[in-house]
Write a protein that binds this ligand. Sequence first.
Ligand SMILES: [Zn+2]
Ligand SMILES: [Zn+2]
Length: 144
Amino acid sequence: MSEKSISAAEWQVMRVVWAHSGSTSNYIIRTLQEGFDWQPATIKTLLGRLRKKGYLEMEKIETTYHYRPLMSEEAHLNEQIRLLLDSMCSTKHAYLVQEILQAGQFSQKDLVAIENRAREQKKLAPERVACHCLKGQCTCGCHR
Ligand SMILES: [Zn+2]
Ligand SMILES: [Zn+2]
């Protein structure tokens, strides 16, 4: 389990900082208030927590505070994906991907890239996926 995991609200704050590195707290507050019913004090609390978790750094330039990401969006997404995959039986990874395909939004170009990736993976894929679960957590049928 990652100690660095962040809440859904903290994630929304990070999206502003990822999109606009060096944002001031006023800019972050204004941006988020367009879509969320959050008070400035709440957003400042979230910024403080993200600093403690090492997700961003704060720099004071003259009288204003500027925020910069220390964790990249890509690294964060990869960590979340890894966490999700590690939390379930490996025989259910295909279910996860199919549900994402069903629920997500993809362009023609995206789907071609996904098809190509699946074709590449198929060359190396085993006949059956091996399970690494605890016996009592799994229903795959491999555990005696
Ligand atoms: Zn399993
Ligand atoms: Zn199993």
